[in-house]
Design a protein around this ligand. Structure first.
Ligand code: 13P
Ligand code: SF4
Length: 311
């Protein structure tokens, strides 16, 4: 039993003993964000994982993020507090079907969202995150045909914004898909003039109401810099913890999902990580990310292209 264990103190002690770094995504529980060495978006976390001199990376996020850390730093031990922390976008894109899709379109390059398995990365030409997609797309010649997967909303948003034809894989994020336009319109009526910040994983009926569209880090920046006293936030609401720290003088309201009475705007995969599981994973160095070396070598190529092109 973990009863009586001072989790925060034990995590700190084990972190030093193991020479570990704790990386956390903005969608993690506040107590995890607060003890992490670094909190960031998918691109920032990839960069940190690639650059760290720690021996162990304790990744508080989801599996594709921890796998990315392992692929970029294969000599490190990478632990994920709960190996079941997956992602609906990854689930939507089985590698064999993605391979068939690529083969059916041999004149297209595959520009692929980082929210996918290592096997899908290995089948891709360039990986993007929501914070790097626009910069990277800008460097690809206009006449180059593109397959974009697995998030059809991010792909559709980029296609519309840059007027580019892209073949879209039909995946969605269950969290951003659940935002309700009706609930958003109710909030807009209640707080007239409050800007809406949305993640590009949201469907167009949410994006169309947004004053700012971008990655978690860009939404956080927008919310930290806005003059408005109230901001409506259409992304996973655990990021509001960082907004409140940056601007305690302002009010950030998470847009509800579904009919407004569910918790479906929260990511069930991100929620699997807890302080208890983080403690156990640091203590036992399990569960650990293990990937075949040749798979990692193949997946590293498009990931390193991303890091180069993102600048
Ligand atoms: P970013 O933090 O890169 O914007 O990604 C959001 C997300 O849904 C991660 O799963
Ligand atoms: Fe995947 Fe969506 Fe959860 Fe991010 S928020 S991990 S995209 S299901």
């Amino acid at each position: 039993s973990l009863k009586g264990v001072d989790l925060l103190a034990e995590i700190q002690r084990l972190k030093e003993e193991r020479n570990a770094v704790i990386l956390a995504h903005y969608y993690q529980k506040p107590e995890i964000q607060d003890l992490a060495d670094f909190v960031g978006d998918s691109l920032d976390l990839s960069r940190k994982a690639a650059a760290t001199d720690a021996d162990v990376i304790a990744f508080c996020g989801v599996r594709f993020m921890a796998e990315t850390a392992k692929i970029l730093s294969p000599e490190k031990t990478v632990i994920l507090p709960d190996m079941d922390a997956g992602c609906s976008l990854e689930d939507s894109c089985p590698p064999d079907q993605f391979k068939a899709f690529r083969e059916a379109h041999p004149d297209h390059i595959a520009l692929t969202y980082i929210n996918c398995s290592a096997a899908v990365k290995a089948l891709s030409d360039i990986i993007v995150t929501s914070s790097s997609a626009e910069t990277i797309l800008d460097q690809i010649p206009k006449n180059q045909k593109i397959i974009f997967g697995p998030d059809r909303h991010l792909g559709g948003y980029l296609a519309r914004k840059f007027d580019r034809d892209m073949l879209l894989w039909p995946g969605i994020c269950i969290v951003h898909q659940a935002f309700s336009e009706t609930e958003l319109l109710k909030l807009k009526a209640e707080y007239p003039g409050a800007p809406v910040a949305a993640h590009p994983e949201c469907p167009p009926h949410i994006i169309d109401h947004a004053d700012h569209v971008g990655s978690t880090s860009s939404i956080l920046k927008f919310c930290s810099e806005t003059d408005s006293d109230i901001v409506l936030v259409a992304t996973e609401p655990h990021i509001i913890h960082q907004m409140e720290k940056a601007r305690p003088d302002k009010t950030f309201i998470g847009v509800p999902g579904g009919d407004g009475n569910c918790n479906c705007n929260m990511c069930p995969y991100m929620a699997l990580n807890t302080l208890e599981k983080l403690y156990v994973s640091l203590r036992d160095l399990q569960p650990q990310i293990e990937l075949a070396p040749d798979l990692m070598d193949a997946a590293r190529v498009p990931l390193e292209r991303m890091l180069e092109m993102a600048g």
